[in-house]
Write a protein that binds this ligand. Structure first.
Ligand SMILES: NC(=O)c1ccc[n+]([C@@H]2O[C@H](COP(=O)([O-])OP(=O)(O)OC[C@H]3O[C@@H](n4cnc5c(N)ncnc54)[C@H](OP(=O)(O)O)[C@@H]3O)[C@@H](O)[C@H]2O)c1
Length: 284
């Protein structure tokens, strides 16, 4: 019987799919709900079949294209159904928001002349609106989590953990080369959303005027923005020339192993933080 339940949003390829693989292999039996913008006979379906062959119901795959607002209500109901099927009252212990696009044309902007309104909007829709609306629709399920990830022993307990996969390119302080307009802007906005959520759901109200999304008996939620590093996914081959010659590229396996190890050490003190894959703080 799974001891923890995680939802990976944007898991059909790359880092999201690697999270699914590694979480399924955890020593603590973990149930994974993975989303894909289009259900297909693909690597997620193969993984699901592999577990079912061994009579293990460990992976649910749901369809969600985060650009389509009309899919969100059905998606929320499907997640509740998955949790119900696990025959446990508890909800989600962790949400990882992973889906992204670099740029609709797959060629990031290296000059202001390349910047188009439609591209800025498209990237914002997937990289910012998506994670916020997914968090919103799953909020009740997240409030029912039992802090199976992170390290609740270090301070006050929390219900669940939300990891928004960000990027070092979002750091304003560390931006020394420019470019990547739509992508950088979107990840900056995602970081701000992470901080806002941490403030709204990460603590009991300081006074009667404080913004607080928790009821008196509800535990806080823990939110972080985490950069996976520069990871050798398929798309990255296109962009390698834009990185300094000495840039260190991680494999998907290395990046996800390190992120999960860092996630295991998180506590409420990290709420709203922007961290690298080793759990080290990145300046906003
Ligand atoms: N790779 C790196 O070096 C690097 C560096 C910094 C940050 N990151 C961050 O790490 C995360 C994962 O990146 P990755 O390299 O694994 O990217 P990837 O291989 O391009 O995977 C992106 C995922 O997002 C999904 N997606 C795209 N549009 C979607 C939509 N409208 N609705 C739902 N899902 C959608 C894709 O689905 P399809 O397969 O159906 O297209 C795919 O599963 C991203 O948040 C990215 O910004 C990556």
């Amino acid at each position: 019987m799974p001891k923890a339940t995680v939802l990976i949003q944007g898991a059909s390829s790359g880092i999201g799919l690697e999270f699914v693989r590694q979480l399924l292999k955890r020593k603590t039996p973990t149930h994974v709900i993975a989303t894909s913008q289009k259900l297909a006979e693909d690597r997620l379906a193969d993984l699901q079949k592999e577990y079912l062959r061994h009579s293990l119901h460990r992976l649910d795959v749901l369809e969600l294209d985060v650009r389509h607002q009309d899919q969100f209500d059905t998606f929320g109901e499907q997640v509740e159904q998955c949790l119900n099927d696990l025959k446990r009252e508890r909800g989600l212990d962790m949400l990882i928001n992973c889906a992204h696009i670099w740029h609709p044309s797959n060629r990031v902007e290296t000059s202001l002349q390349d910047v188009l309104s439609i591209d800025l909007n498209d990237v914002y829709q997937v990289n910012v609106v998506g994670p916020i609306l997914v968090t919103k629709i799953l909020l009740n399920a997240l409030k029912r989590g039992r802090s199976s990830f992170g390290n609740p022993a270090t301070n006050a307990p929390y219900s669940s953990l939300v990891v928004n996969i960000s990027a070092e390119l979002a750091s304003i302080q560390n931006n020394r080369v420019g470019g990547w307009y739509a992508y950088r802007l979107s990840k900056c906005a995602l970081n701000m959303a992470t901080k806002n959520l941490a403030l709204e759901f990460g603590r009991q109200p300081l006074d009667e005027n404080s913004i607080c999304g928790l009821k008196k008996d509800e535990k806080p939620l823990l939110f972080v923005a985490m950069s996976p590093g520069v990871v050798n996914t398929q798309m990255m081959h296109e962009y390698k020339k834009l990185f300094p010659k000495d840039a260190h590229f991680l494999t998907k396996t290395q990046s996800v192993e390190r992120m999960l190890a860092s996630i295991d050490k998180l506590s409420l003190e990290d709420n709203g933080a922007f961290l690298d894959f080793n759990g080290k703080s990145i300046p906003y």
